[in-house]
Design a protein around this ligand. Structure first.
Ligand code: NAD
Length: 245
């Protein structure tokens, strides 16, 4: 077995408080492309639809693009073996918390329970007036924008738009987990989006060992990563799962 893979498996097996920090890369094998890059979502859609001011000014226009990306497209994606391994590890008590930047709900669909949704979740809608949450399936999305049944306000997907702050509770829980972690597994993220990108750095400052899985080097690789496992998230996580059994 590869030396790095064995070293990572040993750290995972003996960790006191293992946490995972995931990004768009873990869902690429589920068919969800990242935002940026050649085949990224922004090569097809205008990112303006996720700008909070634009959304408030032009809810119907924004909702047409939002429906196409997050309900017609994300809504049909299935979790992949990488999501599954993390859910198994939580169930077995190996993984203590999962902080995700993703908004696709695939960790939750794979069975992970202790998921900190740093950027919210596209598979929930929220009324900005009465703060009640709804499921997209409660609405006929042929009629846009969907309206709150109580006060007729426009419903917003419950994820963080450009120009919006991070949900306070998710932020505070992430910092606590970072401080408490002795091993952090970073999976499929460039480490460019702030303030999320600071979470593994915070853990490193508090002495955590950093294991990174990515198909390419990221901002973290030469800065804080102790063990770099290059490859697809599903292949590497399946191999790690085998080797800690
Ligand atoms: P990113 O798009 O900046 O980077 C993706 C990373 O994943 C890259 O480093 C890439 O090398 C790596 N990668 C690609 N395929 C991989 C694979 N099969 N296995 C392992 N790694 C792989 O993603 P980011 O750092 O998460 O930042 C983008 C922001 O956009 C985040 O805030 C995220 O919430 C959001 N986003 C979310 C989704 C989603 O919910 N699935 C999709 C696109 C963007």
């Amino acid at each position: 077995m590869d030396k790095n893979l064995q070293a990572a498996a040993d750290k995972i097996k003996t960790a006191r408080h293992l946490i995972a920090f995931t990004g768009a890369g873990i869902s690429v094998e589920s068919g969800i492309p990242p935002f940026r890059g050649e085949n990224g979502l922004w090569s097809k859609y205008d990112p303006q639809c996720l700008d909070l001011d634009f959304f408030h000014a032009h809810p119907q226009k924004a909702w047409i693009a939002i429906k196409s990306i997050f309900y017609d497209f994300f809504g049909t994606a299935q979790y992949n073996p990488a999501h599954q391994v993390l859910a198994n590890w939580e169930h077995e008590g190996i993984l203590k918390a999962l902080i995700t930047q993703n908004i696709d709900n695939l960790h939750q669909e794979a069975g992970s329970k202790n998921v900190i949704e740093f950027h919210g979740n596209s598979q929930k809608l929220i009324c900005e007036a009465c703060h009640q949450q709804f499921l997209p399936s409660d609405f006929d999305l042929k009629v846009l924008p969907p309206l709150c049944p109580h006060d007729r306000s426009v419903l917003k997907p419950d994820f963080v738009f450009f120009g919006e702050g991070i949900p306070e509770k998710a932020y505070q829980r992430s910092i606590l987990e970072a401080k408490n972690a002795d091993v952090v597994l970073i999976i499929g993220t460039t480490g460019e989006v702030m303030p999320a990108a600071m979470i593994p750095r915070e853990a490193k400052q508090y002495g955590a060992i950093i294991i990174e899985i990515n198909t390419e080097v990221s901002n973290y690789t030469n800065e804080i990563t102790d063990i770099f496992l290059q490859g697809k998230a599903s292949n590497i996580l399946k191999e790690l799962e085998q080797s800690i059994m």
